[in-house]
Design a binder for this molecule. Structure first.
Ligand code: NAD
Length: 431
């Protein structure tokens, strides 16, 4: 049966969930405290970049099943089910900052007007769902809290919403379980696996999954660094490893380190969570440190090749933390550009869609509308993001544009032999 759903927080997760749940036939209101975001969405303009999102937004706004509002109180009172998908960034000590989440929980508490199911989609440390449940239950109104962590990948978020590998639902009442079955009926019909568990298990599944994937990336990055030292080929190694069914070929691509709004902060929160309870989290700690070092490796490589970085012009292609997104949160390009600026470099930057977001962090570097413009008079080129348009760079044209002949290809996008034949000094990752 169609439900009246309110989603608090219409960022990457909340917006995708809002259009997706409306598409399943539910009546959805996305609420956000950011009026500009709400006005933009009501005009049918997504405020984030995600393939296919615009079409789904238009379709569901037109159907009348989807609307956006800044009126948190009215939207809560109107709903049977409330999803919380606000941000849970890092505190200074690495633990999760739950202020947005508890604000949303208090808003719900202050507007309870009957039984509601509160679904926490935000990534939250173990014990948070139960704390929210206790807070909401304090004045006796019947409320069920459900933990339903989100696993979407930015860049493939729409596809992931409609075809998830699995859905995790931490729920402890039959009434709420039946509501969740109604909400996800469309996915149930295509036989999406559902893991039913308690609140704590659901919370930890999310952190365990992210930490495992981040460790896999870090492992292959260190193997790539070793390949560089011994003359082995990381692609052959990753391929051969991936043929082992126990390992799988996914997440075995070397690069400049993982970034984004999830892995770095979730690892820090997981380490803090364990240590708070006296559990040694040395593996997670090492992954965090190794990844930070990986982000800066390219600067060391460049310094070795150029002797000095002072007054050198570096073209940086790719600013988003990965292709197909405009998200630059904790992107390797942020650490790399910051390090290069500190070393005295001038930066010419290009990204197909993430430049506006990057400008908020680095207003004073040169942004170029075209990748070849960024290469003009550059001493070196660093490729940071695996955008398709960089895979087929015309190397002769690159050569004509640049002053120097150094390419540091942090994603192994270019043909190494061709680059060498064109006269470049080429450094990839583990090749
Ligand atoms: P985001 O920062 O893009 O969006 C959060 C939104 O919540 C913002 O628009 C903000 O204005 C709004 N907000 C904050 N407090 C509010 C309140 N009290 N009332 C109404 N709106 C409020 O965050 P995101 O990237 O969508 O992530 C949300 C959560 O989902 C985080 O816990 C994150 O770890 C998790 N997550 C994110 C991803 C991802 O790929 N981005 C994937 C899986 C899980």
């Amino acid at each position: 049966m169609a439900k009246k759903i309110t989603i608090i927080g219409t960022g990457y997760v909340g917006l995708i969930s809002a259009v997706g749940l409306a598409d399943f036939g539910h009546n959805v209101t996305g609420v956000d405290i950011n009026k500009i975001v709400v006005d933009t969405l009501n005009r049918g303009e997504p405020h984030i970049y995600e393939t296919g999102l615009r079409d789904y937004l238009h379709k569901n706004l037109d159907s009348g099943r989807l609307t956006f509002s800044t009126d948190v109180a009215a939207s809560i009172r109107d709903a049977e089910v409330i999803f919380i998908s606000v941000g849970t960034p890092s505190n200074g000590d690495g633990s999760a900052d739950l202020s947005q989440l508890f604000q949303a929980a208090d808003d719900i508490k202050n507007n309870l007007n009957g039984y509601k199911v509160v679904v926490i989609k935000s990534t939250v440390p173990v014990g948070t769902n139960r704390k929210v449940a206790d807070r909401l239950a304090a004045d006796g109104t019947a409320v069920d809290v459900v933990s339903n962590p989100e696993f979407l990948r930015e860049g493939k978020a729409i596809q992931d919403f409609f075809h998830p590998d699995r859905i995790i639902i931490g729920v402890e009442s039959e009434r709420a379980k039946s509501v969740m079955q109604d909400i996800y009926r469309s996915l149930y019909l295509i036989q999406t696996p559902v893991v039913w568990c308690n609140l704590e298990t659901a919370e930890l599944i999310k952190y365990a999954s992210n930490a495992f994937l981040a460790s896999k990336i870090t492992f292959i990055n260190q193997m790539a660094n070793l390949c560089d030292a011994v003359g082995a080929d990381i692609h052959a190694i990753a391929k051969a490893m991936g043929m082992d069914g126990r390992i799988s070929p996914k997440f075995l691509h070397p690069g400049p380190g993982f970034g984004g709004s999830c892995f770095p902060k979730d690892l820090r929160a997981l380490a803090a969570m364990g240590e708070e309870r006296g559990v040694r989290m040395s593996l997670v700690r090492e992954v965090i440190q190794a990844n930070n070092a990986q982000k800066l490796l390219v600067i060391e490589k460049l310094k070795d090749l150029l002797n000095t970085l002072n007054r050198k012009t570096v073209a940086v292609l790719g600013l988003a933390f990965k292709a197909e997104t405009d998200d630059v949160r904790e992107s390797p390009a942020v650490s790399i550009v910051d390090g290069l600026l500190r070393a005295g470099c001038r930066i010419n930057a290009h990204d197909p869609i993430a430049m506006d977001n990057f400008k908020k962090k680095f207003p004073d570097i040169t942004y170029c509308d075209h990748e070849y413009m960024a290469l003009q008079e550059a001493d070196a080129l660093i490729i940071c993001t695996e955008w398709n348009e960089y895979r087929n760079l015309d190397l002769n044209r690159v050569k004509q544009c640049m002053k120097g002949n150094l390419i540091l290809d942090m994603r192994n996008l270019l043909n190494r032999e061709q680059a060498k034949q064109t006269g470049f000094i080429y450094r990839g990752m583990g090749r």
